[in-house]
Design a binder for this molecule. Structure first.
Ligand code: ZN
Length: 234
């Protein structure tokens, strides 16, 4: 099961999820499917969650992309009062808007990856969180930092992922490359979906992730799909 902090849960609250919550739900569902389908092997230590940390965020971020599909969203997205199915025109607008600022998002991921490494590869006594924040802002952000910003105080992955936050951006490359192999008009029923399940999810950690990637793509991952993703028009 997934145990998440989402909207709702109190009496009388319909639990209307924000856009980002639904994306997060798809993301965590990607982990869940990896865990379930990759957990059928002979040894529990070879389950989906035991793949290399450098790969663990690929299946989850791949499933995030499914969130943009009209057929998938319309299969469950209903107005909570009228029961009306979410209109295709609204999904189209939402998808167009989602293409905005992807390059800036990537800069942010590179910022976070760099910062999380820097606070773990030097002596704690000499660590200056604010000076690092300023330097990395200057390097990765086009905006003037707001004085008094203490972003690191709410950067929870600094504890959970320690220096390994980079796995998100590394795996985004793989996730988008994976998704680019699917037939966009037939995400669930096309042969690619079953091929993906067999080649990527079911092996769990029974083989090196680099081999899993090659088994599905027929080659190592490349940057091309990510570049196309960043260049999508909004
Ligand atoms: Zn994740």
């Amino acid at each position: 099961m997934l145990v998440c902090n989402f909207s709702g849960g109190k009496a009388g609250d319909p639990g209307l999820m924000e856009y980002n919550e639904v994306v997060t739900f798809f993301h965590e569902f990607g982990h869940l499917m990896h865990h379930i389908l990759g957990g059928q092997g002979e040894w529990s230590g070879e389950g989906g969650f035991n793949v290399e940390g450098d790969f663990i965020e690929s299946p989850s971020q791949m499933l995030e992309e499914m969130f943009h599909d009209t057929a998938i969203l319309q299969s469950f997205g209903k107005h909570y009062q009228t029961g009306e199915t979410i209109p295709a025109s609204l999904i189209a607008k939402m998808n167009a808007a989602s293409a905005y600022g992807r390059g800036r998002w990537l800069q942010g991921q590179l910022w976070a990856s760099t910062y999380s490494l820097q606070v773990h590869n030097q002596a704690p006594a000499s660590l200056d969180f604010d000076a690092l924040l300023k330097a990395d802002d200057a390097r990765f952000s086009p905006f003037t930092p707001v004085e008094g910003d203490r972003f690191y105080a709410s950067f929870t992955h600094l504890v959970g992922y320690t220096s390994n936050y980079y796995t998100y951006v590394l795996d985004k490359v793989i996730a988008i490359d994976f998704f680019a192999q699917f037939d966009k008009h037939n995400l669930l029923d096309g042969p690619t979906a079953m091929r993906y399940r067999r080649a990527v999810l079911e092996p769990g950690a029974a083989k090196p992730a680099a081999d899993v990637v090659k088994d599905f793509l027929g080659r190592p991952q490349s940057m091309e799909a990510l570049k196309n993703w960043m260049n999508e028009e909004f």
